[in-house]
Design a protein around this ligand. Sequence first.
Ligand SMILES: Nc1ncnc2c1ncn2[C@@H]1O[C@H](COP(=O)(O)OP(=O)(O)O)[C@@H](O)[C@H]1O
Ligand SMILES: O=C(O)[C@@H](O)C(=O)COP(=O)(O)O
Length: 432
Amino acid sequence: MLLGVIADDFTGAGDIANTLAKGMPDVTGQAGGLVVAQYMGVPDRQADPAIEAGVVSLKTRSIPVDQAVAQSLVALKWLQAQGCRQIVFKYCSTFDSTPEGNIGPVAEALADALGVAGVIACPAFPTLGRSVHQGHLFVHDRPLNESGMQNHPLTPMRDADIRRWLGRQSKAPVGLVPAAVVRAGSEAVATALRAAAAKGETLAIADASTDEDLVTLGRAAAWAPLITGGSGIAIGLPANFIRAGLAAGTATRFEGVTGPEAILAGSCSGATRDQIEVHRRDHPALAISVDDVMNGITTSHDLIGFFRQNVGKQPLAFSSGNPHEVAATQTRYGREAVAGRLDELFADTARQLVDGGVRRLVVAGGETSGAVAQALDLGDLRIGPEIDSGVPILISQKRGIALALKSGNFGRTSFFAHALDALSGSAFDRRQ
Ligand SMILES: Nc1ncnc2c1ncn2[C@@H]1O[C@H](COP(=O)(O)OP(=O)(O)O)[C@@H](O)[C@H]1O
Ligand SMILES: O=C(O)[C@@H](O)C(=O)COP(=O)(O)O
């Protein structure tokens, strides 16, 4: 294995696995991507030697800092044992974190373990409108704290100055590689990162607003032991390995999976709520009352009944609420208690669905997807074609199922129906 990724949630893991598998021939001039596997947690076995990039999916974005650090270091050890020359710490393109962490503490712990400083931190994902200017993160034309992310149920983002935000989470000062340096090319970036390290800056926010900027950063960090960022930071990385003759693109085919289907949504993000509204117009949809879940009135048994009655009709069960509803529910029961009970509900439901024959499963929400995937004993996942930007088809050969794990804010408005069609799709061609 050449490249190892430690991802702080499961949808984010799929997002970067997709980027690595796809490669970016148009901007790198180098065809193809890497042969990628996504692992559910840290595997207890050696990786298949054919795998060039391994993505370890953790669920560390919203857990206590010390646990996030400890789990990330275990993942690092495993990836090093597989021979990885480069490690990417993948976090959210909207920098989802609290003032305490977990991005800063995990990134600094990985940097300490690898003995490096002047490490790139860049969440930019231009395809989906996430760009970094002078250390400030924008979502399209809005600063992060006005993008809707200020209302996130677990990690409300109330400061667009991510250099300052990361500084609150970090022991060392945080540096900046501004756009002017990035535009000057990869040598200039490498020089700036060396200067950051010399100043004692373990991490340095790098500006990026185009894929070309990300390729420049990827070139600058070609042989860096550690890089951190959103999936965009991986755009230029496959080309480094292919150019050096260490990896070669290989074609794989995805034949599609047929059989019963289900859609579960626990994301309260704007895009997911729009997708729910569109889907429920002409498909069966079950709105889960969080009060009923918290009071033991609604259980997985009710959800299973709903899905059984609606096989073949693309049924959707969702807990998602608007910011006002989320705030009211959290005030009544507590943020962690609600998230924990909903995670449990979705995980139990998914386990029974797959045991009962569901073969195509779509899940919306990073935490929700993490809970579901951990419950399913999926084995290693192979990466199929991209359904929508940042969301690949994931194939579990062990369970004979295909999944779409959708980040809250990703996907077209008709995503749910589109994803189920893609999972059952006719053959796709992909270089992997
Ligand atoms: N109606 C609701 N009220 C409060 N919290 C909710 C509600 N529905 C879902 N949640 C919780 O909100 C969180 C959404 O996070 P996540 O699944 O990561 O979605 P996203 O990808 O949009 O961030 C989860 O912890 C989920 O359990
Ligand atoms: O980087 C991104 O935006 C995604 O890969 C991601 O991590 C999204 O997280 P969720 O919105 O919690 O799914």
